[in-house]
Ligand binder design. Structure first.
Ligand SMILES: Nc1ncnc2c1ncn2[C@@H]1O[C@H](COP(=O)(O)OP(=O)(O)OP(=O)(O)O)[C@@H](O)[C@H]1O
Ligand SMILES: N[C@@H](CCO)C(=O)O
Length: 321
């Protein structure tokens, strides 16, 4: 359960007093997620998510995330809407943390998605990229290739205690990725963390996207690579080609990939897998005492890396030639 900061009744009442959202009926810590503290609030005015921003979220980036959610919603994308208080402010402080309220989005995330869901995710991702094109703010990707070696150093030489040989494998991946990371690909606003728990469905129809707190300005095809990793492999690391083919086709039904993006896909997928292996590794080795959180397994991404290391072309990811 991701609750790093416990919110007292008194602190919550004082925070909510600034908003016109009615009377509080219930407040529950949310069992999913690893990054921030999230509470589900039910008031006489509706349902809301209260987020207290923790560890990886930099306070100076919050106006980007809030502005982006507002921008995407104006462009018709179903995503949480920041709630402004009576003074027009969407960002407050609670229990010493930056905090915000957003609207509750209906829908459920899928535990066993199929190719048809992957196709919808591809379509939604391309629409997100299109909707973000005229968003004026820029935020560099703080978790791109330049951050991976320092992240690995944060693991403090303990990688082999998690899996024998992980240090050697990671150093080899870092060398390849740092030397060959693609630059100058088409880019703009990307989600950068569009995992299954951040996509909601009602029945088989995609109903909305949440969790924009890694969103940034980077290559569109890197976002697709994140999704291919998150949706098209199982926990054992087996690649599901039919799901990847459907996802890429869904994406390209809205925005065909350029030749340079197709060429770069294996490297982007390998980099995306390393990014999630590394953040998971650091979190695995550093669970804060008293935090209600279940760290995610870094080895799921170590296993995906075995696939990426032997992939040679986009065809290996199921893209139709
Ligand atoms: N706007 C929303 N509407 C409905 N449910 C939400 C909303 N925001 C968050 N949730 C619920 O809270 C959970 C955790 O939210 P979120 O994914 O933003 O947390 P996180 O700690 O940033 O997680 P992650 O590990 O995915 O980065 C979600 O899986 C979802 O169940
Ligand atoms: N989606 C991430 C957690 C949030 O960064 C993961 O599964 O590792």
């Amino acid at each position: 359960m991701a609750v790093y900061t416990e919110v007292s009744d008194a602190a919550l009442a004082e925070f909510l007093a600034a908003y016109d959202i009615g009377t509080l009926l219930s407040c529950k810590g949310i069992a999913e997620g690893v990054e921030n503290s999230n509470y589900f609030l039910h008031t006489t005015g509706g349902s809301f998510i209260l987020t207290l921003y923790e560890k990886r979220v930099q306070e100076q980036d919050l106006p980007f995330f809030v502005g982006l959610m507002e921008h995407l919603a104006r462009r018709g994308l179903a995503c949480p809407q920041p709630i402004r208080d009576r003074s027009g402010t969407a960002l407050g402080r609670l229990c010493g943390r930056p905090a915000a309220l957003v609207s509750f989005l209906e829908g459920v995330s899928l535990s066993s998605p199929g190719p048809e869901h992957c196709r919808e995710v591809g379509v939604a991702l391309a629409r997100l990229h299109a909707a973000g094109r005229d968003f004026a703010m820029v935020r560099a990707n703080a978790l791109s290739v330049g951050s991976w070696r320092p992240l690995f150093e944060q693991a403090g030489g303990q990688a082999d205690s998690v899996s024998p040989g992980l240090t050697e494998r990671t150093l080899a991946d870092l060398a390849v990725l740092e030397a060959g990371w693609p630059r100058d690909l088409p880019g703009g606003v990307i989600h950068a963390d569009l995992f299954t728990d951040n996509v909601f469905f009602i029945g088989d129809a995609l109903s909305g996207l949440i969790d924009f707190y890694f969103a940034c300005t980077d290559a569109f095809a890197y976002d697709l690579a994140v999704c291919l990793n998150a949706w098209c492999f199982d926990a054992r690391g087996s690649f599901h080609r039919d799901m990847a083919t459907a996802m890429i086709a869904g994406y390209e039904s809205q925005r065909p990939l350029e030749p340079a993006e197709v060429e770069a896909l294996p490297m982007l997928c390998r980099g995306a897998a390393l990014r999630f292996m590394l953040t998971r590794l650091v979190d695995w080795l550093n669970v804060p005492p008293g935090a209600l959180v279940k760290p995610k397994d870094p080895l799921e991404y170590d296993r995906r890396l075995t696939f990426h290391r032997q992939a040679r072309s986009a065809a290996d990811y199921g893209r139709a030639a």
